[in-house]
Ligand binder design. Structure first.
Ligand SMILES: [Zn+2]
Length: 436
């Protein structure tokens, strides 16, 4: 009796809670678009503050924090597109909500650059006569980026390039504004609970972890004046084909580190390729290679061994099923966010893979300006002399940065390496040697 008397209020309280939650969900369904836009913009600002204010010692951690926010923004962008386009009759009204949220007076034009990818995806799903406003907005953003990027393009004429990313006066003003009252340290501390990373080997390093560290590539293995392009987080239905077009036109080969859930799923121990199959086929056909970038892009360092193993194995099964033989097959694994510890290294080794990281970060995840991305890669390649370049085939800005980046690197005597099925090679083809 006493038990029941005690439990009843608790039950009623729980029911009330459930009802309140349901009401809250129903009420927030329409408010979601504005909240998603705000989070996208806030994350982009955090990414820029991390990049601009981190001290030399803070930089590795700031990069991982920035990449974490970048990946979060990919998910938010997809969510936004889904919210707007999931029901076609509602799409115009929901698009209106997006424009209202975008036009919020507390945002700068520069903030809105982060909305270009979602806008693009939304406009592709709209009817032609509904598409006009989205196209106009995209044109305005493209125009702004061009103006912001002009000084970067002009600076290619200087040899050597000046280090640092901020050349445009207007961009500098914007950065100054968003950097007021916040620092990289504060952002990293706020993210601390979500982001636990250790890259240093520990004393109890296992043999497998030690071996994986010795085998790991970071770009310094390449011959002098050679670079390898790598693209992570795809395949993407729109941007990966666009990247392939550029690479084909320029005669450059690359390695694509793909996320398993963009390929399909593993069901009862069997790989079920379901997504982006024609893109994978094209990557293979055009002489590029495919590497493993985990199944769901988690912080592997936070998982237990079994979960790390599953993340690696599931994607490898999908790759093995989609790329059964030939030169496109690699035994390469890129840890998400470059986050790895002994546990992760030992699992990579246990799956007979090689960890491949990078020494040249394009920061295409942090930088909305294609010209600035190209500038950074060329500058870092010049100072490192060789290297593995980290890029992402999930962004329009990466596609736009690529032609100038390839052209400039060649002009400065760099050659592009590729995976030939067994090792990295540098071809002596006419297009791979510097133009006169
Ligand atoms: Zn990634």
């Amino acid at each position: 009796m006493t038990h029941l008397a005690l439990r009843r209020p608790a039950l009623a309280k729980r029911l009330l809670h459930v009802v309140a939650m349901l009401l809250l969900c129903a009420g927030s369904a329409r408010a979601d678009i504005g909240a998603t836009v705000r989070e996208l913009i806030e994350n982009q600002r955090r990414i820029l503050v991390l990049r601009e204010t981190a001290s030399l010692q803070e930089r590795p951690e700031a990069r991982r924090a920035g990449q974490y926010l970048f990946f979060r923004n990919q998910q938010l962008g997809r969510k936004l597109v889904q919210e707007i386009t999931q029901s076609l009759p509602d799409a115009p009204a929901r698009y209106q909500e997006l424009t209202l949220a975008m036009d919020d007076a507390s945002y700068e034009d520069e903030d809105r650059l982060v909305l270009r990818n979602p806008l693009d995806a939304v406009s592709r799903r709209m009817l032609p006569d509904e598409r006009r406003d989205a196209q106009l907005r995209m044109e305005r953003l493209a125009d702004l980026r061009k103006r912001l990027g002009e000084s970067f393009e002009a600076s290619f004429d200087r040899t050597p390039l000046r280090p640092g990313s901020v050349n445009s006066a207007r961009w500098k003003i914007y950065l100054g504004r968003i950097m007021t009252g916040t620092t990289a340290r504060q952002i990293m501390e706020a993210l601390d609970r979500e982001l636990v990373v250790t890259t240093e080997p520990t004393i109890e390093s296992t043999e497998a972890a030690a071996r994986a560290r010795v085998l790991e590539w970071n770009g310094e293995e390449l011959p002098d004046k050679a670079v390898l392009l790598t693209f992570d987080d795809g395949p993407h239905p729109v941007h990966t084909p666009a990247i392939l077009d550029v690479l084909k036109a320029q005669g450059v080969h690359a390695v694509f580190f793909q996320v398993g859930r963009n390929l399909g799923e593993v069901w009862r121990g069997t790989a079920v390729p379901r997504l982006n199959q024609t893109i994978v086929a094209r990557i293979v056909l055009e002489g590029h290679a495919i590497g493993n970038h985990s199944f769901s892009h988690p912080q592997l360092t936070r998982l237990d061994e079994a979960s790390i193993g599953r993340e690696i194995a599931d994607t490898q099964m999908l790759i093995d099923a989609m790329v059964p033989r030939g030169n496109a097959r690699t035994a390469e694994f890129r840890p998400p966010y470059g986050a790895r510890n002994d546990k992760v290294m030992a699992q990579i080794d246990a799956h007979h893979l090689r960890s491949v990281v990078w020494n040249i970060d394009s920061e295409d995840w942090a930088d909305p300006l294609p010209a600035s991305i190209a500038h950074r890669v060329v500058q870092e390649a010049e100072s490192a002399g060789r290297g593995i370049i980290l890029m992402h085939d999930i962004h329009a800005r990466t596609v736009e940065a690529l032609p100038a980046l390839i052209r400039e690197l060649r002009k400065r005597g760099f050659q592009f390496a590729r995976w030939d099925g067994r090792r990295l090679v540098v071809d002596k083809t006419p297009e791979n040697v510097a133009p006169p």
